[in-house]
Ligand binder design. Structure first.
Ligand SMILES: [Zn+2]
Length: 426
């Protein structure tokens, strides 16, 4: 940049100083300033005057071209011929566009390029003949790794390292949702992640593409996760641990063993007692003898445990950011708010407290704050890897696991201590 300005200054001085030398100087500049080819959208931008802008309120393809000195008959024929590729009425306010114009004094537009998103672009070229096409910018994936020790929350640790919060979400929601409760991570827990970042055009960062492998050390237990393609036709990927076990934990089918369903989830239930009035049943009733243990259907944290009206004694558990379960009419509750429970833990006993005609637990299943039918939720994808894939999987993860295991853990708090010691020696 600096040298460019300097050259411009020399030209100016030359013009002012001696008119005879003008031609010579300009030629010299032409040699010095010969710009490197810059390719974008498949064009050498140095061949054009490049005008970049975004679609504004009131803009249309016609308005933009007209503003750039193209007349209406021509605009119509361009729009008409481009129509099969791109309907010019689909231009959206705020999206970027580029005009490639002739390098003469007229700066006549030769090409209109519209970017509906970061990756795609539409070219409407009217240099000689009119033609239009859609293309994509080159995408580059870069494999990276990050390690760390938790001194604060995982999102803060990753943020300190300049890593996108998308990675935290992928770990918490996609990979470990059923294995580790990310709201209960502990100081000293550590992580090593191998992930892929996505770039458009080599330079524009487009976020974390996927997580290839992770080991999360939680309470001194390592939890491995490896991304593996289980279906090459449908392109389905799953995460399994080092022993080829699925990391997703399905809910227990029932909160009570040896019970029978006495009333299903039914939004159209009508009850004779109430004159066949609509009384939707947003739970599933499991009938069993009074005193039968009620089990947490998945790991989670108790968010409610109390006696209240028609519910009687009940417990509510949050499992992750999406799912909660609730257990009504207990004889007695065994857990308190804030308590962490594991799948299968006894949380209370069958009773008939609150509004109920017989001993049962009314099991309510919440998804994003709404009660849904658990039997209609696609939850139980916790199937082990197919036997036919297991050998291939274990071969596939061997080098990746070795890489994970040999990655040094970067602990910022300790790193600082080491640096301090060295400084003191000097
Ligand atoms: Zn019920």
């Amino acid at each position: 940049m600096g040298s460019k300005y300097l050259v411009a200054l020399v030209v100016l001085l030359a013009f002012v100083g001696c008119k005879d030398k003008e031609q010579v100087v300009v030629e010299e500049i032409a040699v010095v300033e010969k710009p490197a080819d810059i390719y974008e959208f498949g064009f050498n931008l140095n061949d054009f005057v490049v005008k970049r802008d975004t679609i504004r309120q009131g803009d249309s393809f016609g308005v933009i071209l007209e503003r750039n000195k193209i007349g209406y008959p021509r605009i119509f024929s361009i729009a008409e011929k481009a129509r099969d590729t791109f309907d010019i009425r689909r231009l959206q306010i705020g999206k970027p566009y580029t005009l490639l114009c002739s390098k003469d004094s007229l700066e006549t537009p030769k090409c209109f390029i519209y970017q509906p998103n970061q990756e795609e672009f539409v070219v409407i070229s009217f240099q000689d003949s009119i033609h239009a096409y859609t293309s994509r910018k080159p995408i580059k994936y870069v494999e990276k790794s990050v390690t760390g020790v938790l001194n604060s929350s995982i999102s803060q640790e990753l943020d300190k390292k300049g890593i996108s919060p998308i990675l935290t979400n992928m770990l918490a929601e996609q990979i470990y949702a059923w294995t580790i409760d990310f709201t209960r991570l502990q100081k000293g827990d550590s992580f090593k992640v191998i992930y892929t970042d996505k770039y458009i055009d080599d330079t524009i960062y487009a976020g974390v593409h996927n997580v290839k492998a992770v080991v999360f050390n939680h309470k001194n237990t390592p939890y491995y996760a490896f991304r593996y393609r289980t279906d090459s036709i449908k392109n389905i990927y799953e995460y399994y641990n080092e022993a080829a076990k699925d990391l997703r934990r399905a809910f227990l089918k029932a909160p009570v063993q040896f019970s029978r369903i006495s009333s299903k989830y039914n939004l159209n239930r009508r009850i004779a007692y109430y004159g066949f009035a609509l009384r939707p049943h947003k739970g599933t009733d499991f009938a069993a003898a009074i005193g039968t243990p009620i089990l947490a259907t998945a790991n989670g944290t108790v968010t409610e445990s109390q006696y209240k009206g028609g519910n009687g004694n009940y417990v509510k558990i949050r499992h992750n950011s999406t799912y909660e379960t609730q257990y009504l009419h207990m004889q007695k509750r065994k857990v308190n708010v804030g308590q962490h429970v594991k799948q299968g833990d006894v949380i209370g006993w069958i009773g008939m407290t609150g509004n109920t005609g017989g001993p049962h637990v009314c099991y309510r299943f919440w998804k994003n704050g709404k009660q849904v039918d658990p039997f209609k939720e696609k939850l139980s994808q916790s199937e082990p890897i197919a036997e036919s894939l297991k050998g291939d999987y274990l071969d596939f993860i061997r080098p990746i696991k070795l890489k994970l295991d040999t990655l040094p853990i970067f602990d910022e708090s300790k790193e600082k201590q080491v640096k301090t010691t060295v400084t003191q020696k000097e």
